[in-house]
Design a protein around this ligand. Structure first.
Ligand SMILES: [Zn+2]
Length: 243
């Protein structure tokens, strides 16, 4: 399996902060806001010098918790209807074309890579749900033949494969050789999507991340370490509304 690095939930440490001195502050106080980030409020003339590093460490749990909550709220806010879907892994770009219509909510693919969305109220949540369903179908159509071709080429037969939207994994492979793939990988560069497929296929032989596993994976993907590293920072390529 390959975990999706939830970059946004891992606040960099030490965190970025600004210091504000105020005559009104009687004591040291921290605050976190969506636009200004972490602020350390200090009294104008503190009785003793404030050790910022020690303060950050002491409040680490609070800072991490509140930064994560803020990020989650931000992602929810980000749920607007996308204008296009850039499916780099399969070299397709689709425009999303909403139409206010008295039909029941429908999404269909039209000529010229157009996804027509019909709904009488153009409700964003409903539209996103339809897009998710379409992506699952698209993922099934493209990722399964791709995996099958690689599996045959490298003689790594799997038992079954399914495509879904896992929250935290790009893919996984069970001891019964059942592979699950995340359709979010459609948004990744082709080489990285293929790296994920090869990673899961390597688990057919090695159900762990041992040296033998990496030896096999690197024999299939000569840029395996580079690709693995790139996957750790690639989350930004996947649109926020997909989470
Ligand atoms: Zn793995």
């Amino acid at each position: 399996m390959i975990a999706i690095m939830m970059e946004s939930f891992q606040v960099t440490w030490p965190p970025f902060y600004t210091v504000k001195k105020s005559t009104r502050s009687k004591r040291v106080r921290l605050s976190i806001h969506p636009h200004t980030g972490l602020t350390i409020h200090l009294p104008h003339n503190p009785r003793q010098p404030v050790d910022i590093d020690a303060l950050l460490l002491e409040k680490k749990a609070w800072i991490l918790k509140h930064s994560a909550l803020l990020e989650q709220a931000h992602k929810k806010e980000a749920a607007v209807l996308p204008q296009s879907l850039l499916l780099s892994a399969i070299d397709e770009t689709w425009t999303v074309d909403p139409m206010q219509n008295c039909a029941k909510p429908t999404l269909f693919a039209a000529a010229g890579f157009r996804l027509v969305l019909m709904d009488k109220e153009l409700n964003t949540d409903r539209a996103l749900l339809l897009l998710h369903r379409w992506l699952k179908k698209k993922g099934t159509q493209h990722l399964i033949p791709w995996l099958t071709e690689l599996s045959q080429r490298h003689q790594l037969p799997f038992n079954n494969v399914s495509v879904r939207n896992q929250k935290t994994l790009w893919g996984s492979c069970s001891s019964t050789k059942n592979i699950q793939l995340n359709y979010k990988m459609l948004f990744l560069p082709k080489a990285l999507a293929e790296h994920i497929l090869l990673h899961e296929l390597s688990h057919i032989k090695h159900l762990n991340h041992s040296r033998s596993f990496w030896r096999l994976l690197c024999s299939l993907d000569p840029h395996c370490h580079e690709h693995n590293k790139a996957l750790k920072t690639i989350e930004s390529k996947v649109p926020a509304w997909l989470y």
